[in-house]
Design a binder for this molecule. Sequence first.
Ligand code: HEM
Ligand SMILES: [Ca+2]
Length: 340
Amino acid sequence: LVTRRTVCADGTTVANGACCKLIPVVQDLTENLFEGECGDAAHGALRLLFHDAIAISPTLGGGGADGSIAVFNATELTFHANTGIDDVLDAVGPFLLKHADVMSAGDFIQLAGAVSLTQCNGAPRIPFMMGRAPPKAAAPNLLVPEPFDSVQDILSRFGELGFTTEETVAVIGGSHSIAGADDVVPNEEGIPFDQTPDIFDTQIFVDVQLRGTLFPGQGNTQGEVETAVPGTVRLQSDHLLARDSATNCFWQSFANNQAKLASTFGQAVFKLSLLGQTQSKLIDCSEVIPKAIPFSHGPATLPPGQTMEDIEQACATAPFPTLSTQPGPVTSVPSIPQAA
Ligand code: HEM
Ligand SMILES: [Ca+2]
């Protein structure tokens, strides 16, 4: 049996020739949207992938990864949980429109999210399937988790969509390893969630397990709790996932386990990309996704001045992995430069 394969104009070999049309889109995104950086634009594209995909419920409706957050933005951007997505659509929207003749909004958002990960050192390369139909309607409100939600609510939201507890912890913690907040700390943008917002690593699982001592701004806002690392902000939901008995051992299991995080996170993001879709009806275009950047950073560390004593041990059945302290004086993590 001979499998026929197609060689696209740039030399990429694909199993299905229909995938070739995505290659100029991927090139445009890497060069002109992400600009080769795991920065604000890449972070935004990943958050957009999530907020489009998670908006589906077996009882309440919504189309999942269908592009409704872009096509029906007049409705979905009024939802409180989508605060800040307007800025993401300002950056990503022109690219979506430019390539609308080649792919649907649902495909575009999942493609941009998959490509965003390839800009980040240590992040996995995930498969990409093409062929999502245009969205039929806006998703209903209250399907996107909020940082003030309980662990139980977060687990049931992901659980009803087929995610295990381990996948839920990996997809939230892993994504927040390359992320920050524009709308949590008043008047401050790009405040990172961990010390390394441009690296997909396990540092977030350490930083969030440290005893919180400070707020980066004037005080707390809804969904924010004290952080341990100057210059960073901590979401209450991340804080509780690190401490709740249903999730704390999973959370801890990712600390300093880059390989496990990358694979569990990658599997979960791929699942997000298929919510509301039937994989067998889509075309596998994974070949168009650029190579991952191999992880080239050392083990997770404790910030300067902190010791294992500052870890709030939560998992009852295993100790937190022993980490060394970064040398030098206590410093503040720089904020993430904002895309123009
Ligand atoms: C319980 C689940 C989650 C909650 C409550 C949550 C909440 C938040 C909040 C409040 C922000 C800050 C937004 C801002 O002020 O700018 C944020 C940022 C972000 N989130 Fe999540 N998130 C969750 C899960 C996820 C998942 C599953 C992903 C991706 C797969 C994701 C990706 C991101 C990214 C990349 C950012 C940074 C955006 C940027 O820097 O522009 N989040 N999240
Ligand atoms: Ca990081």
